[in-house]
Structure formats: C-alpha cells, structure tokens
Design a protein around this ligand. Structure first.
Ligand SMILES: Cc1cc2nc3c(=O)[nH]c(=O)nc-3n(C[C@H](O)[C@H](O)[C@H](O)COP(=O)(O)O)c2cc1C
Length: 133
C-alpha cells in the first residue's frame, strides 16, 4: 500500500476528520468526511460558498487530524483547488449522498488536493511515523 493509500484508508476508517484553516491569525476547525485518492493525490470536497473555502483561497495552508483505535494522524500541507470536472465527478460518485446538495458541473462544488503533504501517524505507545506525498 502506498503512503497516500495508507493515509486515505485511515481517514476513511476514522469516518470523520477535523480540518483546520487560518482566518488571519485565528485558527478555524470543523468536521469533514470526504476523502479521495485520485491520480496520486489526496482530495477533499467542500462548497465554494463556505467560509472554509474562502479561508483556503486566502491562505492554502491547512491541517487535518483524525483519530481511530488509539492512533491518530495529522496531515499538513497546502490545499489546492482543482476545477476539473472528472475529479469532482469521481468524488461525488464516492459519496452519492452529496448529490442532494452538489453536482459536478455546478459553480459551488469544490475539490482540493494536498500539495507538499506531510502525514504523521502517532500513538501513545509507538514512535511517530512520518510519510510524505
Ligand atoms: C461528520 C461531518 C462530516 C462533514 N464533512 C464535510 C465535508 O467533507 N465537506 C464539507 O464541506 N463539509 C462537511 N461537513 C460540514 C462542515 O463541517 C460545515 O459545513 C462547516 O460549517 C464548514 O466550515 P465553515 O463553517 O468554516 O465553512 C461535515 C460535517 C460533519 C458533521
């Protein structure tokens, strides 16, 4: 399994992760669930109308954290917008319940991928393990 697949699987199995952005010098964090490995990159999904999207447009630096079975992962890097229809379609195919709110061709649906991502797996019992993708 590649490092990307390892991180993606951990996030999927966690169910929910928390996405931190910056609004000026104020950290903002919220629960997220969407995650997709596509063309060797880790994608998430949101709506362009959301504050989180505006924050990332102003400052792409972001970190996500998820916890499962005594282990947690933090992924940090920059979240880059990708307006390609095929990625949005793949994301919404993975999460069909989102089709009630989003369409790949609408002007709101947004997918972003991590650039320069570093993921650190931690636990109370083992040394941290760092992967990059
Ligand atoms: C379990 C859970 C998963 C969520 N997953 C997402 C997601 O993947 N993408 C998204 O845009 N919003 C998701 N949301 C909703 C956001 O947390 C919510 O819209 C939040 O207010 C967005 O942050 P903002 O208000 O700073 O823009 C999720 C909410 C919950 C409770």
């Amino acid at each position: 399994m590649s490092d990307l697949e390892k991180v993606c699987r951990f996030l999927e199995e966690s169910g929910t992760y928390y996405l931190a952005t910056a609004e000026g010098d104020q950290p903002r964090v919220r629960p997220f669930g969407t995650v997709l490995a596509y063309e060797g990159k880790l994608y998430i999904q949101t709506g362009k109308s959301k504050s989180v999207s505006r924050q990332l447009a102003a400052n792409p630096k972001a970190e996500i954290c998820a916890f499962k079975d005594g282990k947690w992962v933090r992924v940090s890097g920059e979240l880059v917008n990708d307006d390609r229809l095929e990625v949005k379609t793949a994301m919404l195919e993975k999460y069909p319940s989102l089709r009630a709110m989003y369409d790949p061709a609408d002007s709101n649906t947004q997918v972003l991928y991590f650039r320069g991502a570093e993921a650190v797996f931690s636990s109370f019992t083992a040394a941290p393990e760092t992967v990059s993708f």
